[in-house]
Design a binder for this molecule. Structure first.
Ligand SMILES: Cc1cc2nc3c(=O)[nH]c(=O)nc-3n(C[C@H](O)[C@H](O)[C@H](O)COP(=O)(O)OP(=O)(O)OC[C@H]3O[C@@H](n4cnc5c(N)ncnc54)[C@H](O)[C@@H]3O)c2cc1C
Length: 424
């Protein structure tokens, strides 16, 4: 058996979905020593829904967390079980079409429940809280991460899973000879809220609106806005995100001193959708105290890895949420990296090469998902140059536009990584 000193020492910074999923998989291997450092006093996620495409659900299963996930996940009910979202006009809820994800449909969870379920599986002694990473130093043999409380940790490999505002990303970019990259404001803001589904049911019934719109995930589309709904907590709550975009500037700016998330009023939200139809208005009237999120994204990075330091999740490829794919990409990162690091032949001597291969395999796909997530927003908000507001073109495009994303075979990625590493 390997002693703690002879084990490959891996530190993960950031205990969000990507960091915890990676830690959970890696800590099952006796030849690895895993420490996870989280800035907050405990693991925590916002009280909102998160949806996973078929590719992300496969990554969840591959990471060995399929069981706890399925226990808390919602799925589209029969006979609509394969529907990811139905697409409707915002003005009158008229049906435009549906995106079909065979065998998966809409698969979603309450974020806090999911992170709790993952954190419960993590063995004691792996997570350290109140440790905010500040800086990184590397020698030929080791990497040292310094925290804001003055403490340090030394390891063979450092994985930054510390989100869109990563404190480690610039170290990696500098190592690659690239200037620092700051998150950029997209020009889109999102009102978010959760509704007790019985409240919405009663309100729709009273207005003669079909309750199907509650049971099956919906996307309402309009010029410079769109709204999504899907059930969470076994249908007890409806997750709502209402997006509005200001496209008047090519380079929209969010003031540096303004928080990205704030409480706002229902009146402001209703005003933003004042010319939309009854289904939307009644939905929004059920959210008395929405929050408003200024949506930021990252440009496509030239690399996720420098030396013994690698980026995963939003630290590497934060994207707009329009394909429901950001967290899923973090899970794919974790899945591939965990498969590679689990190989007993990986040691302090060759781990840099493993990271390089992780970067080569994962980055093209994650960048494509970033790009197409932005494009999806243009499409939903009737600004796509080819499609515009042509409804038949819109429904045809939406029917198949996600297939490449969902049907991706990560086993092929793994085989390609193994071949690049010269592993049989
Ligand atoms: C409105 C909205 C809706 C979305 N919907 C979906 C969806 O339906 N499906 C989907 O797949 N994705 C969705 N996303 C994207 C998804 O939320 C993110 O991609 C995902 O949460 C990123 O996970 P992460 O673990 O990489 O980073 P984070 O969740 O940001 O976690 C980072 C962690 O690192 C910690 N941390 C930060 N800095 C430090 C530091 N210096 N030292 C130590 N710890 C640190 C933080 O406290 C946090 O715990 C949505 C995003 C938004 C804004």
């Amino acid at each position: 058996m390997s002693s703690p000193q002879s084990k490959l020492q891996i530190a993960i910074v950031g205990g969000g979905i990507a960091g915890v999923a990676l830690a959970l998989d890696l800590c099952r291997h006796a030849h690895l020593n895993i420490q996870l450092f989280e800035a907050a006093p405990a693991f925590g996620e916002v009280g909102a829904g998160v949806s996973f495409g078929a590719n992300a659900v496969r990554a969840i299963e591959g990471l060995g967390i399929g069981k706890p996930y399925q226990l808390i996940a919602d799925r589209t009910p029969e006979p609509w079980q394969d529907i990811w979202f139905e697409w409707r006009r915002g003005v009158d809820a008229g049906y435009l079409g549906a995106s079909i994800a065979p065998g998966v449909g809409q698969s979603s969870v309450h974020r806090a429940d999911f992170l709790d379920a993952l954190a419960q599986q993590l063995p004691a002694g792996i997570a350290c809280f109140d440790r905010r990473a500040l800086k990184v130093e590397e020698t030929a043999e080791r990497v040292r991460v310094g925290f804001t409380d003055g403490t340090e940790h030394e390891c063979d490999l450092l994985i930054a899973a510390d989100g869109i505002k990563s404190s480690i990303r610039d170290y990696v970019l500098q190592g690659l000879g690239h200037p620092a990259v700051a998150p950029r404001f997209s020009g889109t803001c999102a009102y978010r809220g959760m509704i007790d589904s019985e409240t919405l049911r009663a309100a729709y019934r009273a207005a003669g609106i079909d309750e199907h719109l509650i049971n099956v995930a919906q996307m309402y589309l309009g010029l410079d806005g769109h709204i999504l709904t899907f059930p969470v907590k076994k249908g007890r709550l409806i997750n709502v995100v209402a997006f509005v975009s200001d496209r008047s500037s090519q380079d929209p700016q969010w003031p540096q001193d303004k928080p990205w998330v704030k409480n706002t009023t229902q009146t402001e939200m209703l005003d933003a959708f004042s010319n939309w139809g009854d289904a939307v208005r009644i939905l929004l009237e059920c959210i008395p105290a929405p929050t408003l999120w200024a949506l930021h994204e990252l440009e496509e990075l030239p690399g996720y890895v420098h030396g013994r330091v690698g980026l995963i999740g939003d630290a590497a490829h934060a994207m707009l949420p329009h394909q429901g794919a950001g967290a899923g990409q973090g899970l794919e990162d974790a899945w591939l990296l965990a498969r590679l690091l689990a190989e007993p032949q990986v040691d302090a001597g060759n781990v840099k090469r493993v990271l390089e291969v992780y970067d080569q395999v994962r980055r093209p796909r994650a960048c494509r998902v970033q790009r197409t997530s932005w494009e999806a927003g243009e499409l939903y908000e009737l600004r796509d140059r080819q499609v515009g507001d042509d409804q038949s073109l819109l429904s045809a495009t939406l029917a198949s536009r996600f297939d490449w994303l969902w049907n991706h075979d990560m086993e092929i990625d793994l085989a390609s990584a193994r071949a690049q590493l010269g592993w049989q």
